[in-house]
Design a protein around this ligand. Structure first.
Ligand code: FAD
Length: 399
């Protein structure tokens, strides 16, 4: 069996489905196929995250992250409003607990202004008025930051794609990709498809899919587990906003936060420790292939050497609940070790190059007939709809 399409998308997470939606919108009548190896949409990073619709505070002005997150903040809320998906504009507070952190949030404020955001610095008294359980000398308030269930957003986009006659095939693991002058051939075991253009949105498998397609790449995906706890329901009212610590500017994605979830619960986390299985969520998950993959990659060792102190700290926090709770007590002193209840982990697909540098911005690689989304870390769930628009425009520019 061989089926011919204008566009084939590999990967049914939120980025893949948003891309399918935007391709259908911008090229009505084109035959669009999406291949996903799992039985449902969004089972990996898309449904294992903090559920925050980010405003784009941390990202360097001029980067794709800064631009697409800003656009995604509005686009996600509009999509949710139009499709009856609940979201809550609870706002976010980045809390400074000392003078060094005050300087850090002031610098973040400057950056946020350059990114076109409307934020506000509040003093310690205003912080305790808004959040009686949070202690700090000042905080940066982002009123537009919101929460949502991205798994649900992805499911809704999938329904929309299907209603617009997009062809979605679940349980289809892509095992072979061959580009030639006329088209791209994609195989899932014995089943073959042909597309004029291929877009690969493989998340944690992005590097393997790029190599499978013959791209010369010098990076690997390193899986970083993000482990969470959940507060007991009687503590769900402990905060009204999302509460984040002031980040270390060299590693802005680190820092355990208190996150209100759209179901009314509050999670604590995530940390960032090496994962020994790209798609294994229980704590001691192990995959020999995934582990050998990063152990044999010199970039991994360079990264670990460079960040050895942070890595050791994150490992301690992973195995010691006491160390974990101490991180949160810096800004929420009333939390105790008994408040930390088990919760699912997520696994970040972090691109690291052979020089040992973690790539922070979104990264795309394009050939005549393929576009690979190589790096789509946070805030790619927030940014998925504008990422999809950008990919659709790039594919049509080269049609
Ligand atoms: C702990 C954590 C917290 C986060 N918090 C936030 C947040 O609060 N806000 C935010 O905006 N972002 C957040 N993110 C980031 C966000 O979740 C991801 O950036 C986003 O979900 C990426 O979507 P994706 O579609 O690229 O990847 P995924 O959701 O991982 O989807 C990739 C898909 O490709 C499929 N696939 C892979 N290989 C194949 C193959 N060979 N054949 C067929 N299918 C294949 C997979 O099965 C998977 O469904 C967080 C991430 C983590 C891990």
């Amino acid at each position: 069996m061989n089926s011919q399409y204008e566009y084939c998308i590999v990967g049914g997470g939120i980025v893949g489905f948003a891309t399918a939606m935007k391709l259908i919108e911008s090229d009505p009548g084109a035959r669009v196929l999406l291949l996903e190896k799992e039985v449902k949409p969004g089972l990996h990073q898309t449904s294992h995250n903090s559920g925050v619709i980010h405003a784009g505070i941390y990202y360097a002005p001029g980067t794709l992250k800064a631009k697409l997150c800003r656009e995604g903040l509005d686009a996600t809320k509009i999509f949710c409003s139009n499709h009856g998906i609940p979201f809550n504009e609870c706002g976010k507070l980045i809390v400074a607990t000392n003078e060094l952190e005050r300087a850090r949030i002031n610098a973040l404020h400057e950056r946020a202004i350059s990114n076109g955001l409307n934020l506000q610095i509040i003093d310690g008294a205003e912080l305790s008025r808004r959040e009686p359980n949070i202690t700090g000398v000042a905080a940066l308030l982002s009123p537009e930051t919101a929460i949502v269930n991205f798994g649900r957003v992805c499911q809704k986009i999938a329904e929309h794609v299907s209603n617009q006659r997009g062809d979605i095939r679940y349980g289809m693991q892509v095992t072979r990709i061959e580009e030639n002058e006329k088209n791209v051939k994609i195989s899932c075991g014995h089943e073959n498809f042909t597309a004029s253009k291929l877009i690969v949105c493989g998340g944690l498998q992005a590097d393997r899919l790029a190599r499978m397609a013959g791209l010369a790449i010098d990076f690997h995906i390193i899986p970083f587990r993000g482990e969470y706890y959940q507060l007991p329901s009687e503590k769900s009212a402990v905060v009204k906003h999302l509460i984040y610590p002031a980040p270390d500017p060299s590693l802005p994605f680190l820092g355990i936060h208190l996150t209100r979830m759209i179901d009314g619960s509050v999670t604590v986390g995530p940390n960032a420790v090496i994962g020994f299985a790209r798609e294994g969520y229980p704590k001691l998950s192990f995959s020999l292939q995934d582990t050998l993959d990063f152990l044999g990659f010199p970039g991994f060792w360079k990264l670990m050497y460079q960040y050895r102190k942070h890595a050791a700290h994150e490992l301690v926090v992973s195995f010691s609940k006491m160390a974990y709770v101490r991180e949160c007590q810096k800004y929420c002193p009333s939390l105790t070790i008994d408040d930390l209840r088990p919760y699912r982990a997520g696994i970040r697909a972090q691109v690291v190059n052979s020089a040992g540098e973690a790539i922070h911005d979104f990264l795309f690689k394009q050939t005549d007939r393929m576009l690979h989304v190589c790096n789509a870390p946070s805030p790619a769930a927030t940014s998925a709809i504008p990422i999809g628009s950008m990919i659709a425009a790039r594919c049509q520019d080269t049609a």
